[in-house]
Design a protein around this ligand. Structure first.
Ligand SMILES: *Cc1c(COP(=O)(O)O)cnc(C)c1O
Length: 389
């Protein structure tokens, strides 16, 4: 089995158009930062997701950082953030010297629990320490249930930043994921549903705010012939070459979503009836892109653990991963506050303990997916389950 070519979790998938846009950058000698591809990519993203504007950046992390700065987040402020996420959702809070407070997931979406958020806001309000913003993360291609979250945040006048790094192309009640909060961010890192090899986007209907972020992202150069600076800036813009990749990738996005959803459906069809296997639900409020196929495995009923499945897949050169390790369990954040779904139930702890993500790339072939499925079936049916559990 080691002879098989490695199957990756979510590798880049290059389409038909990327090369021609990259060539255009070369032909016009427009390699260096910014240029016409960047403008087109920004307009294309804004149109696709449905915001007034977009700002192309060097990463999703940079986009989050600028969103926090736009909301004037600084030392002494607290920011509520989904606990079940990748650390990039949280690091920019530390860049600004603010303090994260972690909010649990709910079982129906795996995303931010409105119940936990409500309890956190009540306590914070009582203590006179309302957060400066709430970062809502939309995991694995699915939007959070934003209506109750927006209602709560509006009641306390707290702005929302949507970390839609994993959910570009998903919808919430007909709207594009990432467009419901004051600011939304996307990532074009290599593992995401579309990629520029590395990059990100900040979106909003607030064009003045995007202009301010654009200014900070290009070293905060004041209007002058010489170099004049009155604020701290960053080197956060996307290069014109990479934007060319993004233009081509975005045009393929609808078909990438179809592919990933089909991969998810096939896993469910083949593995969904296995004892103790539960796939991430799709909430009725919208469409998930199924960026990654995620599921939990109940070790009592399946007689195998998620960790054992990950190990066995790795033994035959197939990459799979645990669900994100919640931020409240990370050494980096050991002193931060955490609010679970209910007083007695932490949903994210359970998802981390029992969850895994299967190979889900849109370029995964039928044959490759069948190999993943047959390895898992052999673990469960083959009696190996008892040994490895
Ligand atoms: C990938 C990712 C990011 C960070 O994006 P980069 O472009 O890699 O900086 C942020 N949040 C989540 C949830 C992600 O998955």
């Amino acid at each position: 089995m080691q002879g098989h070519q490695r199957i990756y979790l979510s590798p880049p998938h290059i389409g038909q158009e990327e090369q021609q846009w990259v060539n255009r950058a070369f032909e016009t000698n427009w390699i260096a930062p910014l240029g016409p591809n960047v403008d087109v990519f920004e307009q294309d993203i804004a149109r696709y997701v449905g915001t007034h504007g977009a700002l192309a950046l060097s990463s999703g992390t940079a986009a989050l950082h600028l969103a926090l700065r736009l909301l004037d987040v600084g030392p002494g402020d607290s920011i509520f953030c989904s606990t079940l996420t990748f650390v990039a959702s949280v690091n920019p809070i530390l860049y600004q010297g603010a303090e994260p407070v972690f909010i649990d997931s709910e079982p129906a979406t795996w995303n931010m629990s409105p119940k936990a958020l409500a309890r956190a806001l009540i306590v914070a309000n009582r203590q006179g320490k309302l957060p400066k913003a709430v970062i809502v993360v939309n995991l694995y291609g699915q939007s959070s249930d934003l209506d109750p979250i927006v209602e709560l945040c509006d009641a306390y006048n707290v702005p929302i930043i949507e970390d839609a790094a994993e959910s570009l192309g998903a919808t919430y009640k007909g709207k594009g994921s990432g467009t419901i909060g004051q600011f939304g961010i996307y990532s074009f890192n290599g593992n995401k549903i579309i990629t520029t090899s590395g990059g990100g986007m900040l979106v909003s209907d607030d064009l003045a705010a995007l202009e301010k972020a654009r200014f900070w992202a290009t070293q905060a150069r004041d209007q002058a012939v010489h170099y004049e600076h009155s604020e701290v800036g960053y080197n956060y813009r996307m290069s014109n070459v990479l934007a060319g990749i993004g233009i081509g990738q975005l045009r393929a996005l609808p078909s990438r979503i179809e592919d990933r959803r089909a991969i998810f459906n096939k896993y469910v069809q083949e593995l969904g009836s296995l004892e103790g296997f539960n796939f991430m639900p799709e909430a009725s409020f919208g469409m998930s892109t199924r960026w990654l196929t995620a599921l939990t495995v109940d070790p009592q009923r399946a007689e195998i653990t998620a960790a054992a499945i990950i190990q066995k897949l790795s033994d035959v050169n197939i990459e799979s991963r645990p669900v994100w390790k919640p931020m409240h369990l990370q050494p980096l954040f050991k002193n931060c506050l955490y609010i679970p779904h209910t007083e007695s139930l932490s949903v994210s702890d359970q998802l981390f303990e029992h969850g895994l993500c299967l190979p889900s790339g849109s370029s995964l072939t039928e044959h490759e997916q069948e190999r993943v499925i047959s390895v898992i079936k052999s673990l469960v049916y083959g009696g190996l389950a008892h040994e490895s559990a």
